[in-house]
Design a protein around this ligand. Structure first.
Ligand SMILES: Cc1ncc(COP(=O)(O)O)c(C=O)c1O
Length: 423
């Protein structure tokens, strides 16, 4: 039973979470500083074979259980390389989720290929394999699931659809470091995987990323895209011949060293976040109108965000859910709760509405025989989710049960007075 507590902060009452009590991320330790200083002292700042990058590649591929790894200067770069490495050609369609960060889909356009969206499973917010299968056309070349908020997608379902139709699978693991599906790290389940080491991720590096794959040819193509279109020679020498289009996606040594230092604490970081998530699950269960994250038993959730959902109809509120959810988020923010962005419904974005990527309608007007349309209403589960989610942040160390308890108080305060919040 929820009892009405103090006045809501949004209406002038005292906030439930004391100002300044949410510690930011990443937490930078003396060891992290020494790792970066070590690079400056060594004086080797760049290069495909530079020591921090080479070591990070070895460590990350072993951790994920893949044969190859290439570290990059962003997750977007790794995704672009992954799309090329998966054998996608200009004009091919790649099926992905409509609910993600923009570059999940723009990485497909970077290779002059065409994103096709399939709706999500509303209980996990990840790509629904049955919806994927409905979107397959003769032009489909690959499937790109996202392990959104740190929860692995239904990889068995997706791999089965891919095998049935001869498609490759590209995993967007940018939010899912250390997440496992049936005991396996994400990234090495599909054909090729992409990670981000952007500073807000559970494994942060300022900016950075990594591609992983078991496939030698995929690695060769990814390496070409990563570095000017050049092929990587086994003796480490450069040929300076360009075999195809390439960019410059190498990471700097300072970032690589920082990621390596943070990586020594990834298990600890993940366990800490999961303990905070367990606390929230326990103490927020049963609040009318609040849906908590659903974690199928065959996978682990690493809670890049702890994403709850507002369900006004459950509490008999006859309101427009998107506007009402924004009022709830505003009330929680006023209470001092750390909230992240909701992720986006990509088909709503101007790029997909106007289909102008490079100008002159390309890539949709360039070597593409199809006539795809992006109607937000075709993805009802994703549209519903993005409008209603409440993405809690601040589960990262050193924030602990004291903060989680304050979050719980804030949420109970707001959900105990919903009729005053949602107007
Ligand atoms: C799901 C997803 N994909 C891709 C990216 C892109 O990663 P980066 O910012 O490192 O380019 C992000 C980062 O926010 C992401 O969350």
């Amino acid at each position: 039973m929820l009892k009405v507590q103090e006045e809501l902060a949004v209406l002038g009452g005292p906030p439930a979470v004391t100002a300044g009590s949410v510690s930011g991320w990443p937490r930078i330790t003396t060891a992290d500083k020494e790792a970066v200083m070590g690079v400056l002292e060594r004086g080797v700042l760049w290069g495909a074979a530079a020591p921090e990058g080479a070591a990070l590649q070895d460590e990350w591929k072993d951790y994920v259980g893949a044969k190859h790894c290439l570290v990059t200067n962003s997750g977007t770069a790794a995704l672009h390389m992954a799309v090329a490495a998966a054998g996608v050609q200009p004009g091919d369609e790649v099926i992905t989720t409509p609910m993600s960060w923009s570059s999940t889909a723009t990485s497909i356009l970077h290779h002059n290929a065409i994103p096709a969206f399939a709706d999500i499973d509303p209980t996990t917010y990840t790509l629904d394999p049955e919806e994927v299968e409905k979107k397959i056309t003769p032009r489909t070349r690959a499937i790109l699931p996202v392990h959104l908020y740190g929860l692995p997608a239904d990889m068995d379902g997706i791999m089965a659809v891919a095998a049935k139709h001869g498609l490759n699978v590209i995993e967007d693991c940018c939010q899912a470091h250390a997440a496992t599906y049936k005991g396996r790290a994400v990234g090495a389940i599909g054909h090729v995987g992409a990670y981000s080491f952007n500073g807000n991720k559970n494994l942060p590096g300022g900016e950075g990323g990594a591609l992983v794959t078991d496939d030698d040819e995929a690695w060769d193509m990814a390496a070409r895209v990563q570095q000017f279109g050049e092929r990587r020679r086994s003796d480490g020498e450069r040929e300076y011949n360009v075999y195809g289009m390439g960019w410059m996606y190498r990471a700097t040594e300072m970032s690589n060293a920082f990621v390596r230092s943070q990586f020594t604490r990834l298990a600890e970081t993940t366990a800490h976040i999961q303990a905070n998530a367990a606390y929230l699950h326990e103490h927020l269960a049963g609040i009318p109108g609040l849906r908590l994250p659903h974690v199928p038993t065959d996978r682990t959730h690493v809670y890049f965000r702890f994403v709850a959902e507002f369900a006004p109809e459950e509490v008999g509120l006859d309101v427009e859910p998107a506007a009402a959810s924004e009022q709830v988020r505003e009330a929680l923010r006023a209470e001092g709760v750390g909230l992240g962005r909701a992720e986006f419904l990509l088909p709503r974005m101007t790029l997909f509405q106007e289909k102008q990527g490079y100008g002159r309608g390309c890539p949709w007007e360039c070597r593409y025989g199809g006539d795809i349309t992006y109607r937000p209403e075709d993805y009802p589960h994703a549209a519903k989710a993005v409008d209603r989610v409440i993405p809690l942040m601040g589960l990262t160390p050193p924030n602990n049960e004291t903060l989680m308890a304050a979050y719980v108080r804030a949420i109970k305060k707001v959900f105990g007075q919903l009729e005053r919040v949602v107007t």
